[in-house]
Design a binder for this molecule. Structure first.
Ligand code: PLP
Length: 229
């Protein structure tokens, strides 16, 4: 993809965010676009950075670490959004700003312990399994309050909100229903004083529904960088 196409794609994504927000009387500035750069080269990330994208999401640790090193000092905010096994926590805690896919207390504890002292706490979301997700990842909705409680006081991580990857569907009503479920878990936590501000939900195919249901971060890969191989 050339730079012009990339820049057009990013403009289109921004326009969709703005229009979706306005449709439901939300402020577009309250929704941020995470550019999902898995499988893309460091050059592609640099080009998106030149188009004004600042937040990038990665799923595969090894690949991400190479890009993070190549693009060091460019002011990128790196978000880990892939499954987190115990043997990955040290690298994630060291090299990322956010992790969206925390679904176990043990992982949160390791991230907290391994977060370097000189860095601010790692910003985290709990991944919730709201609709019989394709992957087995994610804590069940009814288990979220206990998990949120268990990790609330860990010094090296800061719980910001919830994330989900509902099963892909073209059915708009189903998209809304899944995101609404996550939103309800979120509202209930906040009603009990959790103080969360982040709902990470919505991808290229369903960002409009996610924004209508309250997304504050949409994670967009294909519609920015083109189809993945
Ligand atoms: C790949 C991926 C995305 C982006 O998906 P697109 O459909 O390409 O926009 C978002 N979130 C997660 C967790 C992903 O793995």
């Amino acid at each position: 993809m050339n730079t012009q196409q990339l820049s057009d794609n990013i403009a289109k994504v921004r326009l969709r965010v703005r229009e979706s927000a306005e449709k439901c009387q939300r402020l577009p500035e309250t929704i941020s676009v995470l550019a999902v750069s898995k499988t893309r080269s460091a050059d592609a990330v640099a080009a998106a950075l030149d188009c004004g994208m600042r937040r990038f999401g990665e799923n595969y640790l090894q690949e991400a670490l190479e890009k993070i090193e190549q693009l060091a000092g460019r002011g990128i905010e790196w978000h880990f959004i892939g499954p987190i096994q115990s043997n990955k926590t040290r690298s994630i805690a060291t090299h990322f700003d956010w992790a969206h896919s925390v679904d176990r207390e043990k992982i949160a504890r390791r991230l907290s312990e391994q977060r370097p002292d000189e860095l601010p706490p790692l910003q985290i979301c709990l991944q919730v399994n709201i609709s019989g997700e394709v992957s087995k990842s994610g804590v069940l909705p009814e288990e979220v309050p206990a998990l949120a409680n268990a990790i609330a006081d860990l010094p090296g991580v800061k719980l910001r909100g919830l994330m989900a990857i509902p099963a892909a569907t073209d059915d708009i009503a189903e998209q809304h229903a899944a995101f609404k479920k996550l939103r309800e878990v979120f509202d209930e936590l906040n009603a009990n004083g959790a103080g969360l501000d982040t709902l990470s939900m919505g991808m290229s195919g369903d960002m409009e529904a996610a924004i209508a249901e309250g997304a504050t971060i949409v994670r967009i890969g294909t519609d920015i960088f083109g189809p993945r191989q």
